[in-house]
Design a protein around this ligand. Structure first.
Ligand code: HEM
Length: 522
């Protein structure tokens, strides 16, 4: 055989072997960094995603019971160090916050520009400057001023139920999403989306515009997948992250691909939000009640504010409210109705408390909400425990850090798992039983529980900024609805109920209920 040929083919084989070696190294480097943390065998590329698909989110509880409170889960190539112990969550979220200030972003979000410029994705000094600048909008006095606006939309929701209560079942999840979106539209954008008005047959301006906006928003949100059901570039981002950006750039030009649809939707969405920002920034009498006005007013007066809140960040932050505040709140309200309507003893106790407050035309004020509905507080907490909308909460180690006896290098993805803690019998005996009384401050269970065994809104300085806003809206809605109705599951309601797992959890087919107008003795 020709010696030159042998030389050149062995050169080729060596090159191929080296390329393969580098590739295998690329796949396993993140694993090597955290290999001492226990976890199941890792498959190349897909990691543990097939096991997650097989077992569903209960997989995280299975891993915790097998490997202990700190374990490894591979989201494709990327290992997550998952924390399922209250004391360790306190350490990650609070005590060692300086080493884990930011969030690690899964491929769905890191590949999506419109989701990049809100508080959620912002980092370090920019994040703290932005959070400090807007935190006053979430203070009790400002939130109290939003009660009449929230109540108006809640009454629209109730009128819609009234017009259907005797005849039809309602898809309550869809109605509650319209409610939460209308409320956020006013509170964040200062715009009346009028989704519930439309539902009630009233004409609203720009009806098509608004419907398109909301359709685009829902598409953009639901396409943020964390498993292998996303677009090609999102999946590639999970398996071989270095190929995600070039692949997305290519696929967004190819008609008919999910990547192109996502790109076009996000582009239109961005433009709509930008247009609202430009329109509102030109208004002379824009008031100061909504989030966008407050930032624009600050920008009008203050140079430092203008440097921080450039137009792209204003749009990002404002849009983030729609993203963070609509599905989460609507899911929680729907969960409460779904669970309460399955438990007549809870329903009775809740209605007694609401009736004690007084006639149904009385809107509770902030003080009433705080002090006069202790059982409602317990019902909401228990619903959020059973159906946790954010079962995993992300952090990123910005330096080498020790957690639970393991040294985690810089850039480790550390994710806390409230979804596991909320179902752990150590903290919640009989975890699958819906029992609001377990949150009664006088109960032994509540007194004995670790304070960080329950955190549906997150933990530490990065906790959900909209927590009080959401709870105010949820409480007002439940009080108003139960002062007029009781709810039964529709015959169309599937059992067991199914969920969709995206960046937040949602009901797959919605909560379908039948509303029955209350008589005085019910
Ligand atoms: C039931 C409703 C809600 C739930 C369960 C919820 C849950 C969460 C969770 C778990 C986080 C992550 C916290 C962490 O990393 O420790 C978060 C962050 C956030 N939430 Fe909410 N949320 C809700 C409603 C809202 C609303 C109504 C808004 C806005 C009005 C909002 C805005 C945000 C923002 C901006 C962040 C990022 C905060 C930061 O990084 O500083 N959320 N939320």
């Amino acid at each position: 055989m020709d010696i030159e040929f042998i030389m050149s083919s062995s050169y080729l084989y060596t090159l191929m072997a080296m390329a393969l070696g580098f590739f295998v190294l690329y796949l396993y480097v993140p694993y090597l960094a955290v290999r001492k943390v226990p976890g199941p065998l890792v498959l190349p590329f897909v990691g543990h995603l097939p096991l997650l698909a097989k077992h569903g989110p209960a997989f995280f509880s299975l891993l915790a019971s097998k490997y202990g409170p700190i374990f490894r889960f591979h989201m494709g190539r990327q290992p997550l160090v998952v924390i399922a112990d209250p004391e360790l969550c306190k350490e990650v979220g609070i005590k060692k916050f300086k080493c884990m200030t930011n969030r690690s972003l899964p491929s769905a979000i890191s590949g999506s520009p419109i989701h990049q410029k809100g508080l959620f994705s912002s980092r370090d000094a920019r994040w703290s400057a932005m959070r400090n600048a807007i935190v006053s909008l979430y203070q009790p006095s400002h939130l109290a001023s939003l009660i009449p606006t929230m109540q108006t939309y809640i009454e629209s929701l109730a009128s819609h139920i009234a017009s259907n209560s005797s005849t039809e079942d309602i898809n309550f999840s869809s109605l509650s999403l319209k409610l939460a979106t209308d409320v956020i539209g006013q509170a964040a954008f200062g715009v009346d989306f009028g989704l519930l008005d439309k539902e009630n047959g009233k004409q609203i301006d720009d009806q098509n515009e608004v419907s398109e906006f909301i359709k685009e928003h829902i598409y953009a949100t639901t396409s943020l997948k964390m498993d292998l059901s996303g677009s090609f570039s999102i999946i590639l981002g999970l398996l071989i992250p270095m190929l995600q950006a070039p692949c997305r750039r290519f696929l967004k030009m190819i008609p008919g691909t999910a990547d192109q649809k996502i790109h076009q939707t996000n582009f239109k969405l961005n433009k709509r939000v930008d247009d609202i920002v430009v329109r509102r920034s030109k208004e002379k009498m824009r008031g100061s009640k909504d989030f966008l006005s407050a930032i624009l007013n600050a920008n009008d007066k203050d140079k430092a504010s203008r440097q921080l809140f450039t137009p792209d960040y204003i749009s990002g932050l404002t849009y983030e409210h729609l993203l963070a505040g609509s599905t989460t709140t609507s899911f929680t309200i729907s969960s409460v109705l779904y669970l309460v309507s399955k438990h007549p003893e809870v329903e009775k106790k809740l209605i007694d408390e609401i009736d004690q407050f007084g006639p149904d035309h009385n809107t509770p004020n902030a003080d009433d909400l705080q002090n006069k509905f202790p059982y409602l507080d317990q019902v909401i907490k228990e619903s959020m425990r059973i159906h946790t909308t954010s079962p995993l909460i992300a952090r990123l180690a910005s330096q080498k850090v020790e957690i639970g006896g393991y040294i985690l290098p810089k850039n480790t993805w550390v994710w806390m798992a409230p979804g596991v803690l909320h179902k752990d019998p150590k903290h919640f005996p009989e975890p699958n039983v819906f029992r609001p009384e377990r949150f009664d401050p006088a109960s032994e269970e509540e007194k004995n529980r670790h304070p960080y065994a329950f955190f549906p809104f997150g933990i530490g300085p990065r906790v959900c900024i909209g927590q009080k806003f959401a709870l105010q809206e949820i409480k007002l809605t439940i009080i108003h609805l139960y002062s007029q109705y009781i709810f039964k599951h529709s015959a169309k309601m599937e059992s067991p109920i199914e969920f969709d797992y995206g960046v937040v959890v949602n009901f797959k087919n919605g909560v379908k209920l039948h509303a029955i107008k209350r008589t005085k003795n019910q």
